[in-house]
Design a protein around this ligand. Sequence first.
Ligand code: NAG
Length: 328
Amino acid sequence: MKIPTVPSLLATALAAASLVDAQYADPGECTGDCWAHDPGFQVRQSDGRYFRFSTGGGIHIHSSDSLTGPWEAAGEVLPGGSEVQHEGNDNLWAPDLHYDSEADTYYLYYSVSTLGSRDSVIGIASSSTLETGSWTDHGGLFRSEADGNFNAIDANFATIGGQPILTFGSYWNGIHQVPLSGPLDLASGAQARNIAYNSTGNHAIEAGYVIYRRGWYYLFFSSGRAGEYTANPPAPGEEYRIVVCRSSEGRGGFVDREGRSCLTENGGTTVLASHGNVYGPGGQGLFEDRTRGWVLYYHYANPTIGLETSDYQFGWNALQWSDGWPSV
Ligand SMILES: *[C@@H]1O[C@H](CO)[C@@H](O)[C@H](O)[C@H]1NC(C)=O
């Protein structure tokens, strides 16, 4: 299969960012197997069972009848790798889940890449049950090139103004969006549009995730370094943290709480950063829980357990909202 590439509408940026200090709630309860890394999440329609998907030499499935556990390991998505002919096709990353009610089907976007490369592909698998063994691979959706200004990893599906949109990107020119015609195809003439960028340091923002709430689209992303916390410890504050921006139209115009552009002014309001035994929270997503409202889920390192990706823990917090901004 030939995987299309998309051109980019480039934007540049300057100015400084600031870190809002806050007192954060500890993660909600998790019992059983609580390992998570760049988690994807989906509640099953048929029975309300919770499914969590993690990156680690393939995409691992954990499931539980309750958000708090006990969580059980439940196999892998595409254990044989992806049909995408690209380096990294046996080591899929960064699952994002989307339920299509018309087709009664779950779609999982995955990344095929290698660390530090922007020659990457976003691919898709589908399932009707979310269970291991039920996944069908649909191969690559689109690709970014080694000399381009974005990286086609860390996909997130959202419907924005009635249009299916994939938000994606990591480092380089930051976070982008591309329109789809449906879960499996790019819209015709689709172009990648830059929606968030950090012009400073090594442009370390990634893992965008978009939700809609009461007239606003919220873009959550991870800022800072995701790992190598023992091999190459980051300076305090340079480890992963979770940041938010919002926009009324969702395809651009994202600003932080202080009104700074998240594209041209390095904006981004911190929602969750290291505190207590929570180090480097990130790789986040959100879902609207039956009883808890909007829940932010993420991975973090607990220094009393370990700082390797294989030690990362599943964290979640029900969000509080005031003046239209979320906090933990
Ligand atoms: C942008 O990058 C700089 C340097 O790495 C960092 O200090 C700052 O917090 C970042 N801002 C955002 C919003 O990610």
